[in-house]
Design a protein around this ligand. Structure first.
Ligand SMILES: Nc1ncnc2c1ncn2[C@@H]1O[C@H](COP(=O)(O)OP(=O)(O)OP(=O)(O)O)[C@@H](O)[C@H]1O
Length: 341
């Protein structure tokens, strides 16, 4: 478990002091994939670099499995870092070394004998799906393959925690998905804790169990990914959710749609879990004397199940519509009804 308390980082520059991380508290459970999302300048990179002390904190504590990272000596820190792998946006590979030699590098530093090293490198090459490419140089690989080398290298010393610094930001959408699938696979196979930072909600949706939203050096919102999709509290979080759900004017859109449908009600249903919206809509039409038209719908998968939104127009007697909406609410679907204007 990683427990972070009152973590701060102030960069002192000639012109001013910059508070990159500001009194931040967080708990990251062992074995989970924890995502930190924020816009540029929110403090994400500084936060993740504080976790393995690539930056020294100005204040606060970071406890990883009951070891206080900020008070370790240089020697202790070297050992603690072997428990923490890291991958980077631009891969940070050694260009004059082959794939095998890149992966072997941390093992050489840790003093592993040659025979054992070779065996471990072969295992890692297989784990990340690079069988047959061991003697290639990084310049001969695609971006996705380079990141696979980065992942294999980060796992060489069997770390307990993997830190991912915008690991897919330099990749195209398809390659991004294949790297994210690999991270999910590794998390499940090795029980590794993964902490990632990103500015893309798609990454959070696809692989994270929990998410923290950062703004101005602080965590402004945190929770299970599905809960945050369902009930985003902060404006910045709503904007991130809309990146995936594709409805940038969500606040206004219900009201605008309502203007086009003066009769009946316009409502937005939010779903989580496995219940499909088609089943719900046909159940409502069967049970109540109302016509239900789906005006807009979007469903997406997260690590914790499906999340969807649906905008519907309900026509019929007012009482019957109210009863139908009550029924929908009882099925654990969140309902917003456009106000009558
Ligand atoms: N070494 C540094 N010296 C001075 N200021 C810094 C330094 N590193 C980061 N900062 C400042 O700290 C703040 C947070 O930066 P940080 O890079 O952590 O944000 P971020 O969320 O990772 O953004 P990005 O995705 O653009 O990297 C910014 O205002 C940045 O200018």
């Amino acid at each position: 478990m990683i427990s972070i308390k009152g973590l701060s980082k102030v960069f002192k520059t000639k012109d001013q002091d910059v508070q990159a991380v500001d009194n931040l508290d967080a708990v990251i459970e062992s074995g989970e994939i924890f995502g930190v999302i924020g816009y540029s300048g929110a403090g994400k990179s500084t936060f993740i670099r504080l976790l393995n002390r690539l930056e020294d904190p100005s204040g606060g504590t970071i406890d990883i499995d009951n070891q206080e990272i900020s008070s370790l000596s240089k020697k202790e820190l070297r050992l603690a870092r072997q428990e923490m792998g890291m991958i980077f946006q631009h891969f940070n590979l050694l260009w004059s070394r082959t794939v095998e030699e890149n992966i072997a590098f941390p093992l050489e530093i840790a003093g592993m004998p040659k025979e054992e090293r070779k065996k471990r490198v072969d295992e890692l090459i297989e784990l990340v799906g690079l069988t047959g490419r061991g003697s290639s140089y990084p310049s001969q690989l695609s971006g996705g393959q380079k990141q696979r080398v980065g992942i294999a290298r980060s796992l060489a010393n069997r770390p307990k925690v993997l830190l991912c610094d915008e690991a897919t930001s330099a990749l195209d959408p398809e390659t991004t998905d294949s790297i994210l699938d690999l991270l999910v696979d590794i998390n499940a196979k090795l029980g590794l804790t993964i902490v990632l930072i990103t500015h893309e909600m798609h990454v959070i949706r696809k692989i994270c169990h929990r998410v923290a939203v950062m703004e101005g050096g602080r965590i402004v919102e945190e929770g299970d990914v599905l809960d945050v999709f369902l009930r985003p509290q902060e404006k910045v979080t709503k904007r991130f959710v809309d990146q995936v759900m594709g409805d940038p004017d969500r606040e206004d859109s219900l009201n605008l749609i309502k203007e086009k449908y003066p009769v009946g009600e316009v409502a937005q249903f939010h779903f989580v879990g496995e219940r499909t919206h088609q089943a719900l809509i046909s159940e409502v039409s069967r049970k109540f004397q109302v016509d239900v038209n789906v005006l807009h719908g979007k469903i997406t998968q997260t690590q914790k199940g499906a999340y969807g939104t649906l905008i519907v127009h309900l026509e019929g007697e007012k009482e019957e519509i109210d009863r139908a909406l009550e029924f929908v609410k009882e099925t654990s679907v969140e309902v917003e009804v456009a106000p009558n204007v």
